[in-house]
Design a protein. Structure first.
Length: 113
């Protein structure tokens, strides 16, 4: 379990580094200091925004996956003893999957606003 979590965290960190890598142009022209500061603050604010969105989706998906795993295994165990419980157990699995959707919506709002 720890190896899978570590591998997932490494993939997320490497993926975010690849996504946020940016090329810069150097025209050789000198801009005013205010323009440079504004551009730098906008760049850092936008990169923080994307990192926050990635963290929101990542944590929500990890939590949703853990919840679906535990609820799904309990539901399968209950259905193996009594097949009539399948209708009562499946909505709980769907609610656990909804956690990922909420993380996606939060990330979407972070990016848009």
């Amino acid at each position: 379990m720890k190896k899978k979590f570590f591998a997932l965290m490494m993939i997320m960190m490497i993926g975010s580094a690849v996504v946020f890598a940016q090329e810069t142009k150097n025209d050789g022209a000198k801009d005013e200091q205010k323009v440079e500061q504004q551009a730098e603050s906008k760049s850092s604010a936008s990169s923080i925004k994307y990192i926050a969105a990635a963290i929101a989706v990542g944590i929500a998906c990890i939590g949703g996956g853990a919840a679906v795993g535990k609820i799904g295994s309990a539901a399968m165990g209950a259905m193996s003893e009594n097949a009539e419980l399948s209708g009562k157990a499946l909505p709980f699995v769907g609610l656990a999957e909804g956690i990922c959707l909420w993380g996606f919506l939060v990330a979407l709002f972070i990016i848009i606003m």
